[in-house]
Design a protein around this ligand. Sequence first.
Ligand code: ADP
Length: 369
Amino acid sequence: MSAAPAAAAVRAAEGKPDLAHSGIRIDGVTVAYDRNIVLDSLDLTVEPGEVMALLGPSGSGKTTALRAVAGFVRPVAGRVFLGDRDVTDLPPHRRGIGMVVQQYALFPHMRVDENVAFGLRARKAPKARIPEQVAEALEMTGMAGYARRYPRELSGGQQQRVAIARALAIRPGVLLLDEPLSALDARLRSGMLAELARLHRELPDVSILHVTHDQVEALTLADRIAVMDQARLRDCGTPQELYRRPRTEFTASFVGNANLLPVTVTDEGVDLAGRTLRMPTGEAAAGAGATLCIRPHLIGLGDGPNALRGEVVEIQWQGATHRLHVDIGGHRLKADLRELKQPPAIGDTVTLHFAAQDAVLLGSGVGDG
Ligand code: ADP
């Protein structure tokens, strides 16, 4: 590993200690490379002490947004505020931000304690206090027993903990995490997920912006999730809001599993392939096209309100549930059914139903999608 990214990550952690309780405000930030806009007018506020996940597919602009907050890329438009302070023109090392990047970026030739102390030394913290702050950061990340090891003597998960300890050692008001778990294997990742959740609870004053493409990570850790796609913010809300009431098709499909079915608004509800489903349609005019969003686990087997008959085209056993794929007039409906004693067979005709309040109508004036 070269020392350059390590130096950059640590430089971001230097800066003033007076930014606790600050919160982040990203105000109309646009970033372009060679006239190619990769972040388009981003408006986003992270409240003091809040954990905000930036969730989206690869290339959607998440890391660029993080780097704009850290000061590693310069926006062509917009401003970044930490608390009331406009930091847009400040270099990274003067923003008082702790940052953890994907590949840990530890100095290979320094021991763990020296890596963690580096940011403190660079910002000329009082010498007498450095050991105490290093010990505290290592304690918080469960690495107290590893202070004298070198990075090569640590597992990937342990190296990541050291990187987090280094970011925390300066007691930052703002912590930026860029896909902190993506380099770990699945088993380590779930352990670190619990570890990060604990850290978040122990840092109630630190505002955290956490970049991830993993919805489980975002749903587990974040107070709110900002959903990004193609350089733009598509949706923002609590995990529950985004899951239960997504405002866009993109959010519905990216946060949790969703059936998205094309329907036509009628006077009574909506029409799905010739079947009438009774549900509120808000302001939508009869005849308008829309998309019906219904989560697979909210669909029941058998008769009920909004019953739909169709042919089973596929069955997947998923442990706790069976996932049935049912053809409804040419559209495929996925239903996750629990405790099916006698699952139907492929080719059987079944009746499925769902409650109107569990469905969300998107598009064509019925939502913002
Ligand atoms: P994400 O973090 O969501 O995966 P990024 O913010 O890293 O996305 O990238 C957004 C877009 O910007 C991508 O298309 C990427 O190729 C492009 N990009 C990122 N950094 C640079 C760079 N230094 N020069 C040119 N293009 C870049």
